[in-house]
Write a protein that binds this ligand. Structure first.
Ligand SMILES: C[S@@+](CC[C@H](N)C(=O)[O-])C[C@H]1O[C@@H](n2cnc3c(N)ncnc32)[C@H](O)[C@@H]1O
Length: 259
């Protein structure tokens, strides 16, 4: 089970000490390796990139337009929020959500420093977000959804917040362990069940196919893994990017009324 105290402690530490080695890649070099564009790197201050713990590049496939409303789940210190702010322009809006108060404080500061007036950061858990139904065009996320044990509730919340036909583009860690090749004694070395590694993006990872199924069950269509990244947090994990579209639920009572 995810332990939010452990998660908040770790990401408070990252917020206070971005140069510390946590055992996983971060910073500008990592962002460049994921293909973050030079035009964003030129505009966003180098100290903001130091905090970036991206496991992939959700913008590679994201169809974000001027005027869109974007929501970033688990926004951390805000690199993806600032990139989104550039993409949606003054006529668009960007919301960031993070459970770690220190990350919310730093992301808000970074948005203020770049004069991004279209940005608002909320201190919420991503299964209970203080926004109205169907107010978002695009949801993005980077290395965060694996950190919760209630993933069904997260995708239900994303479904509630997206406008009809709204889309999600996210990067996250997936479980690539092969239990069939393990014997019982060895199984702990090739599975991601250890409680201790939730905060480090290991224990909460899911197999690619299981994650796709879970997103489909939440009411999304065209759910696709768009690629794998070089990122890893353990021998049994790998970064991956996904996209999905909110499908319209058929309400049978309304269908009956219409006939
Ligand atoms: C690995 S960091 C990634 C941050 C950012 N997306 C990036 O690319 O740099 C994960 C973030 O998710 C946040 N987080 C973890 N669990 C959360 C939850 N249940 N609700 C909201 N935020 C959460 C953490 O506080 C942390 O800032």
């Amino acid at each position: 089970m995810a332990d939010n105290t452990q998660i908040i402690d770790l990401y408070t530490e990252l917020a206070q000490n971005p140069k510390k080695d946590f055992g996983w890649d971060k910073g500008l070099v990592n962002a460049k390796a994921h293909g973050y564009k030079q035009e964003w790197i030129d505009v966003i201050d180098s100290k903001v990139w130091e905090f970036c713990a991206a496991v992939g590049n959700p913008f590679e496939k994201a169809e974000i337009k001027k005027g869109d409303t974007v929501l970033d789940l688990g926004c951390g210190a805000g690199v993806d929020i600032l990139v989104s702010s550039l993409l949606v322009g003054d006529e668009g809006k960007v919301f960031g959500v993070d459970i770690t108060p220190k990350m919310v404080e730093i992301a808000s500061k970074h948005a203020k420093e770049i004069n991004a007036k279209n940005v608002k950061i909320l201190e919420n858990s991503f299964d209970n977000i203080d926004l109205e139904d169907e107010c978002v065009d695009i949801v993005i996320s980077n290395g965060a959804i694996n950190l919760t044990s209630c993933k069904e509730s997260v995708f239900a919340e994303i479904y509630r917040l997206l406008k009809p036909d709204g889309k999600i583009f996210f990067a996250d860690m997936i479980d690539i362990s092969e239990p069939s090749s393990c014997n019982i004694e060895q199984s702990s070395c090739c599975s991601n069940d250890g409680e201790e590694d939730w905060a480090n993006c290991v224990a909460g990872t899911m197999k690619e196919g299981e994650l796709i199924e879970l997103i489909q069950k939440a009411g999304f269509k065209d759910v696709v893994c768009t690629g794998h990244t070089h990122y890893t947090t353990a021998k049994t994990t790998k970064g991956a990017t996904f996209k999905a579209t909110k499908a319209t639920k058929i309400v049978f009572s309304e269908l009956r009324k219409a006939h």
